[in-house]
Write a protein that binds this ligand. Structure first.
Ligand code: SF4
Length: 212
C-alpha cells in the first residue's frame, strides 16, 4: 500500500510526551483542514509530494535508524490516507514506538493501542473549531495527549472550558502551546498559572534548537 509524503527527516522531537528524543519523522501529505495559522502549508496542495510503499518506509527506518524506535507520523493529516493505519500496524509489528500527530477531525478508534497519539483540538482562532471530533476523546489514555495551540485569551478560556467539561486532565495529558507570533510563551505561562490547573506549557523545542 502506498502513502503520499511531503518529507522524511530525522530530528529531535520538539513537542509532546516524547519531547527531546531523537525521532524519525514521516510527514504525510494532504490535510482536510485549513487552519488560519498553519505552520506546515507545504504539506498540502499545491506543493509537491512523493509516494512510497509501506514496506519501503519500514525498510528505510530499519536500515538507517536501527537504534531509534521513535517514529512519528505527522502531517498534514496522516489519517486522511488509507495506508496510515497499516503503516502504524507494521511499525508496531517491527518493534517501533510510533507516535501519531493528528488534527483531531478524523476518527482515531482504529489506531493500534500501542501507538502514542497526540491529538489537536482546534480553538476558535483556527477557524476550524467546528471540525473537532469530540468522540475521539473517549479513546485517549494517559499515555496520549491533547495539544491545543492558542492565539489569544479567547482561545485560552475556550480551552480551559473544554478540558474542564471533558475532565481531560484525568484522562490524558494536556499541552497548551502558544501560536507564534500572536501569543508569547511567557504570556501563556501566566495564563496557565492563573488557573492553578496542571496544564503543561509546551514550547517547540526543535524551533529553539534551529532544527526542522
Ligand atoms: S491541521 Fe495542521 S496541517 Fe492541517 S491546516 Fe491545520 S495546522 Fe495545517
Amino acid at each position: 500500500m502506498k502513502l503520499k509524503l511531503s518529507e522524511v527527516f530525522f530530528s529531535i522531537q520538539g513537542e509532546g510526551p516524547l519531547v527531546g528524543l531523537p525521532s524519525v519523522f514521516f510527514r504525510l501529505y494532504g490535510c482536510n483542514l485549513s487552519c488560519s495559522w498553519c505552520d506546515t502549508p507545504y504539506a498540502r496542495e499545491p506543493y509537491p509530494f512523493f509516494e512510497m510503499e509501506v514496506e519501503e518506509l519500514i525498510h528505510y527506518w530499519r536500515e538507517n535508524f536501527p537504534r531509534i524506535p521513535y517514529v512519528v507520523l505527522t502531517g498534514g493529516e496522516p489519517l486522511m490516507q488509507e495506508g496510515a493505519i497499516p503503516f502504524l500496524e507494521a511499525l508496531v509489528a517491527h518493534g517501533a514506538k510510533p507516535l501519531l500527530e493528528t488534527n483531531g477531525s478524523l476518527p482515531i478508534k482504529d489506531v493500534p493501542k500501542e501507538v502514542l497519539i497526540v491529538m489537536d483540538l482546534k480553538p476558535p482562532s483556527s477557524g476550524m473549531e467546528e471540525f473537532n471530533l469530540y468522540d475521539n476523546l473517549h479513546y485517549l489514555t494517559l499515555k496520549d495527549a491533547v495539544k491545543i495551540v492558542l492565539k489569544d485569551r479567547e482561545d485560552f478560556d475556550w480551552a480551559v472550558d473544554i478540558i474542564t467539561k471533558w475532565h481531560l486532565l484525568d484522562k490524558t495529558q494536556v499541552f497548551f502551546s502558544p501560536a507564534h507570533p500572536f501569543l508569547s510563551a511567557s504570556e501563556l505561562a501566566g495564563l496557565i498559572l492563573e488557573t492553578r490547573l496542571p496544564i503543561r506549557l509546551q514550547v517547540q523545542l526543535h524551533k529553539i534548537l534551529g532544527l526542522k
